[in-house]
Design a protein around this ligand. Structure first.
Ligand SMILES: [Zn+2]
Length: 351
């Protein structure tokens, strides 16, 4: 099936094509070019790539009301941290319900894919899959202590790296760098993706760049847990593929607009770099054919209000969930509608 969407859109080079059109066939973008033609009228909106939240623990959503203020990383999420005590008092039903609501929020705020560290083995993965049933958001499930056939790869801590098998054909992602010395350990296991990287040395930045690793920064989580700041400027200058994640759902809202705004306000990086970290760099990190409005990629598209001025700056610094008016996944408009007045969210059906 073909659909032609008349809309202004962001190109892979981060320029805005005003009054252009996007052609979608079989869930993928087959053309994106200048000029309105006969098709669906989204003229009042800006089409941008669906965001990729490159690091979450959606399973933690049941405890999003818990107070983690003042706790260190180890006190919060370490082996004897508060997180695990909260899990002991939770039920499967509570966890699934909270994951479902939170996934709905992510999708309705413009995140079309998320890469999730899923704890608790096969059962943990089954809970996540149950929570996501019927919700179009795309998960990259990174399990641990689980069958590899059930997940897209492993999401590990430095104390659980024994699970890595030789010649694994799946993604290996490791939490490394909230504590000194972790990156050195993680690098020995030939990972694809490192999460956090706040305590990276100059040499580790160089090594990660040389090996073509991706690094997911979670700056709001790091700030809340006193884990320092990821060296984003140095990482980008070295050529590391840097992406962004919101980390534990019990500590942070999984809202990529908030994460981007925080980076804009606290780091020496440009709006374009921030937007790349939230979209195409995440796609690259996890081998996804998404993250840009470009021929051949999946039509995972978010329709926002159309800003009057610099769109890239507006998206990185000012846009929020309330500005998202429609969300398309694989060419299907999941949230919003069109017609005389074009996409409008009809209330959030998952929350
Ligand atoms: Zn994490």
């Amino acid at each position: 099936m073909q659909r032609i969407i008349n809309v202004s859109f962001l190109t892979p080079g981060f320029e805005v094509v005003n009054e252009g059109h996007i052609v979608v066939e079989d869930g993928r973008i087959s053309d994106a070019a200048d000029g309105f033609i006969a098709g669906e009228p989204y003229r009042d909106f800006l089409a941008v790539p669906g965001m990729i939240n490159s690091h979450t623990h959606l399973g933690d959503a049941f405890a999003k009301g818990a107070d983690f203020s003042g706790l260190s990383v180890n006190e919060a999420v370490g082996p004897k941290g508060l997180k695990w005590k909260l899990y002991e008092n939770s039920t499967r039903r509570q966890r699934i319900s909270a994951m479902r609501k939170t996934a709905g929020y992510m999708l309705s705020s413009g995140t079309t894919t998320f890469a999730d560290f899923r704890e608790f083995g096969n059962e943990g993965i089954a809970e996540l899959r149950a929570a996501l049933r019927g919700i179009a958001i795309k998960p990259v499930v990174l399990g641990r202590n689980c069958e590899l056939s059930k997940c897209g790869g492993l999401g590990l801590n430095v104390d659980s790296l024994g699970q890595i098998q030789n010649n694994m054909k799946k993604i290996i992602a490791i939490h490394a760098g909230e504590n000194t010395g972790e990156i050195e350990i993680a690098l020995k296991y030939d990972p694809d993706v490192l999460i956090h990287f706040t305590k990276a040395t100059e040499q580790e930045i160089e090594t990660a760049a040389r090996r073509g690793l991706s690094v997911v920064a979670c700056p709001r989580s790091n700030m809340k847990l006193g884990a320092g700041k990821p060296p984003l400027r140095q990482m980008l200058d070295a050529g590391i593929n840097a992406a962004l994640g919101t980390d534990n759902a019990m500590i942070n809202t999984p809202d990529m607009w908030c994460e981007m705004k925080f980076v804009f306000e606290n780091f020496d990086v440009s709006p374009e770099e921030i937007l790349r970290m939230a979209t195409i760099n995440g796609a690259k990190a996890f081998g996804l054919n998404a993250g840009a409005i470009e021929k051949g990629r999946f039509a995972d598209i978010v329709f926002t209000d159309k800003p009057n001025s610099d769109a890239v700056y507006w998206l990185a610094e000012k846009c929020g969930a309330g500005n998202v008016k429609g969300v398309m996944v694989g060419g299907k408009l999941i949230i919003g509608d069109y017609g005389k007045s074009a996409p409008v969210i009809h209330g959030n059906r998952y929350i």
